[in-house]
Unconditional design. Sequence first.
Length: 479
Amino acid sequence: MTASQSVDLVTLGQRLRHLRRTRGMTLEQLSAAVGRAPSQLSVIENGKREPKLSVLQAIAAALDVSLQDLLRPEAPSRRAGLEIELAHLQKAPAYQGLGLPSVRAGRRLPADALESLIGLHRELQRLLTEQSATPEVARRANAQLRVNMRERDNYFAEIEQAAANVLRSVRHATGPLSQRGILDIAAQLGFTLHYVSDLPGSTRSVTDLRNRRIYLPQVASNKGHDPRAVVLQTLGHFVLGHADPSDYGDFLRQRVEANYFAAALLMPETFAVEFLREAKADRALAIDDFRDAFGVSYETAAHRFTNLATHHFGIPVHFTRVHESGIVYKAYENDGVQFPADVTGAIEGQPVCRKWASREIFQADDRYSSFYQFTDTAAGTYWCTVHIESTRSGEFSVTVGTPFEHARWFRGGDTTRRTVSRCPDPTCCRRPPADLVSRWSGSAWPSARVHSHLLAALPPGTFPGVDAQDVYEFLDRRA
Ligand SMILES: [Zn+2]
């Protein structure tokens, strides 16, 4: 067990320092008492290291307090509380992104300076929250959904069960589900399918509940949408007992569940796991093989892989869908990767680091073949496999990634391609390189294409709403 599971390290450090000083002990004296180097205790007091339970017990004994008292979540004093708050505010991506130095809130920082800094930080947070592009309701629902998915390792046992029951009811016994099988399922559930040319543009299907008819678009395959999936998603709502959604969060949850249900029918758990187990044994896990084996879209295969990878194989994963402009449309993780987020924690609409595989692929010579990359980030090294899908709204990269040590189970896990991402440090990729700036600054005049929902997401730069680096690079290529 480690302390950080329940305790904030900065608070713990502050409590420790406070107790030590109240007892009139120097760092050296306490170190001697617990048999550790003063430097080791110092990093703990500064909240920079997670102490082992045995070390904590020794410290508690030396300070003559109970372990519980040492681990209490309250700041030891008002001043300490402010110092803790400042430490957290300075670590937030919104502040890190400004590239300003961190102020150490030690004893030498005057009280009024500390109060002033905290006041400014709080105001910055408030202003950024106000400006956030994603409406509050959607933001909270998206964040909640990501938490739920992480807690369940992206695996929904009750939906797997519901899908397995449906497959059993139509005596489906082999791998992929055919069009015939889908008709059987619809009939089994008492629905008939009707393909029409005048389906409302804003719907993917409409169901007449009275006559149990499902109306579907005649031009079935608008890019990326598997017509079989649309039928199964619709049936999913009924099988899973969805009622009229009570709010946006409910709507979102139902949608995710219906999509999950459809994927669990198109790629039944038993067969999919069997397929993946063999591939893993050969150290050749590959999303495109998984896609081909079950005849689904790449994105469906990628989502389905993330449903099963952690639960069945202990492989933690992350998923992103990123537009060619570099903006996140969808992302979730249970592998600790740090997605870009605005001050409110919203991920959707944020620009991804240029060094990430999901953006590097757009620069690749052969962007439509298999693309693998290791990326060093502040949260660790990740291996990713990326694929580009073309849609009517442009090209999207679909990425499945996993921490370094799990790359060996994948085809391409031995790639030599490797980048370093230092985001949210602004010198990583949010500011154009100095040579480009010196070449083009003052000689470029891009006219922004106004797209209000993206405006707030773009990094603040020389030109509002425009990525200065892209503009300079463009001019360089033409020059
Ligand atoms: Zn970056």
